[in-house]
Design a protein around this ligand. Sequence first.
Ligand SMILES: [Zn+2]
Ligand SMILES: [Zn+2]
Length: 449
Amino acid sequence: MENLIIADLHLHSKYSRAVSQRMDLTEIGYWSTRKGIDLVATADWTHPLWFKELQTKLQEVEPGLYRLKKNQPQISRELRYVLSTEVSNIYSQQGAVHRVHTLILSPNLQTSAKVNQALRQRGVNLNSDGRPIMGLSLIELSQLLWDIDEQIFVLPAHIWTPWFSLFGSKSGFDSISQGYGRFASKITAIETGLSSDPIMNWSVPELNTRQIVSFSDAHSGQKLGREATVFKIKKGENYNYNDLISCLRHDNQGNLSLAFTIEFFPEEGKYHYSGHRHCQVRLTPAEVKKNHGLCPKCHKPVTIGVMDRVQELSQKLLEESNLPIKLSKTNTKLIYPPQNNRPPFVSIIPLMELIALQLKTNSLSKKVMAKYHELVDNLGTEFQILLFQDLEKLQALAETELAQIIAKMRKRQIRLEPGYDGVFGKIEIDEALNPQDHQPITQKTLFNA
Ligand SMILES: [Zn+2]
Ligand SMILES: [Zn+2]
């Protein structure tokens, strides 16, 4: 574990709309440590009040990586913050209106200050929201950022969601080149978002050469790490911002490599399938075709979900059952792409949701929270419990049932009712399947490293 860095680079502060008012640096630090995150986004560095907080409370420890200053309540010795923010570009291009969210990683506070200044000069109101809206095109934004600093990293966010993304059915483009023009070759990584997983993204030819990463987009501490990207330190213990973006650029120069991503089951995401929330109609891609994109109840066009869009932009959809699989020594299924030439992924269900399944109650109830904290206090971090730990440790705490649920999650023995048009999917642990039915394959995997 020492050489693995679990990173969550997409989240929001209390200055973004619809975010918990508790989301400050201490809260982000507290939950990162509970979850087992080593590298976390500051989020929202374009917001003037939040930026002031970052300037006063953060101290650079490695180039481009920060920690809370010593006079701040200390959460973890190891946690590092990196300057990552999200912006929303709304503009028309060739007669169509586009709305696209982009993550921007900055190498230091000075560069961030210059970007904020340049955006203000272009008339962008940075005060209104931690995720500022601007009329610039993606090409203009890229030009502005890279004129300031070549080390800024531009990462299209949750690229499949219908309303605000690069490939979104309602607002996006059909290719990276359409959106980024001459800068397309500098877009070397994409964020999958909750409603898609790497299998879906591996199916799209334009993404063949791009790194696929996943982050939580958390609006509260509890949601941190619901998706994450795991990097491996190649040598020693140190890494810096340049190592991070070098890895995201795929140039193999830095001290980090991409080990695997930690994913939501995409069916749980709220735009996996197409449909109409108000009519309670959910449609598979085949049903969308049969109904000519219309809702069978109200006969208006349905909201086209992520699965449909992936089918549109891929030549052939890959299927999980045809892909190479390895089991870690803790019996977690890692899924690999067909040629085994890209990082694999694992899928998780957040621990609070698993406890809620066990206790048959709401995942944010007091009972669930109490048990969550008790388990993390006793066993380490949430990621330890979900992925890396021997389940005997849970059984030793008389948590046999929860241990069984986690064992099934690790092997993907779950049933899902896919989400659609803003409705989250539902999860059931598959009672019919017994984890003991499967023999672990003792093969060296990343987890054993
Ligand atoms: Zn977004
Ligand atoms: Zn309808």
